[in-house]
Write a protein that binds this ligand. Structure first.
Ligand SMILES: Cc1cc2nc3c(=O)[nH]c(=O)nc-3n(C[C@H](O)[C@H](O)[C@H](O)COP(=O)(O)O)c2cc1C
Length: 248
């Protein structure tokens, strides 16, 4: 072999090794979650998960009541019957707020830059088929992941100016947000977008509650730090809204 051929084959060998090296690095990065796997997104965001995962029933995509009737019927209700909600109702409410409705991951509520800063939690008190405790809603898999074992409704109510709606609800949906997901793209203006988004999601849930003949109210009066501490929210999440839900 002449010198030129030797040099070329050495170059080819080096390139081949570089490509293999890159592939190995990519595989290791994936395995050790440097590249987030969609199933691990919640974990990657530091959301504490107990072993208890609860699969939610497939959400219903049709209804019998018109949007106009739902809008007319929407009213804040702060008193609830002692009855249980069903797991289907809880799943449907969560889906209406943040459910995935498109193969690309778009959701029931709009999001600036499709960055989805919201995370939903459910404080469960009386729900058939779900033990009392606090659960994180995994929108991608439409399931709940338990984060706290005990009934937190009374303490949560205390952190919300002792509002009886929070104490007596069958469940409370908690809207929290990771501002950084949006501000890293939009800067300070991103904060405004996050607040708009919680409004979109909450209104979806409100109208879904009306469609399911459930009672709810939007609660904005609470101590942020106390709520975050009680619910053991990951540091990057700030609570923005509570929606107590019950039967009427
Ligand atoms: C941002 C926001 C925060 C609110 N916070 C509370 C609250 O902490 N407690 C409460 O009982 N109602 C709260 N409400 C509900 C309003 O009191 C209610 O929407 C208003 O009285 C109008 O009644 P309607 O919702 O039945 O139309 C809040 C509403 C909004 C939009």
């Amino acid at each position: 072999m002449d010198n030129g051929k030797v040099k070329r084959s050495k170059l080819t060998l080096r390139r081949g090794l570089t490509v293999i090296g890159l592939l190995v690095v990519l595989l290791l990065a994936y395995k050790f979650s440097i590249i987030p796997n969609s199933n691990d997104i919640a974990k990657g965001q530091g959301i504490k998960a107990d072993s208890g995962a609860v699969a939610l029933p497939t959400p219903m995509r049709t209804g019998e009541v018109s949007l106009e009737q739902l809008l007319t019927g929407r009213r804040s209700i702060r008193e609830y019957l002692e009855k249980e909600l069903t797991i289907f109702e809880v799943g449907q409410l969560l889906w209406s707020a943040q459910g995935i409705t498109h193969p690309r991951g778009y959701r029931t509520a709009p999001s600036a830059g499709a960055l989805y800063p919201l995370e939903l939690y459910v404080v469960v008190g009386r729900v058939e088929g779900i033990e009392k405790g606090v659960y994180h809603y995994d929108a991608k898999q439409h399931k709940l992941v338990k984060t706290i074992e005990s009934d937190m409704r009374t303490s949560l109510a205390r952190a919300a100016l002792s509002q009886s709606a929070v104490k007596n609800a069958a469940a409370i949906i908690v809207f929290a947000a990771d501002y950084r997901r949006t501000t890293k793209k939009y800067g300070k203006r991103g904060e405004r977008y996050v607040h708009m988004e919680v409004g979109h999601a909450a209104q979806n849930l409100f109208l879904q509650a009306v469609a399911l003949k459930l009672a709810t109210v939007v609660v904005g009066a609470f101590n942020d730090d106390k709520v975050a501490e009680l619910l053991q929210l990951p540091v990057q999440l700030r609570p923005l809204m509570l929606m107590p839900v019950g039967k009427k």
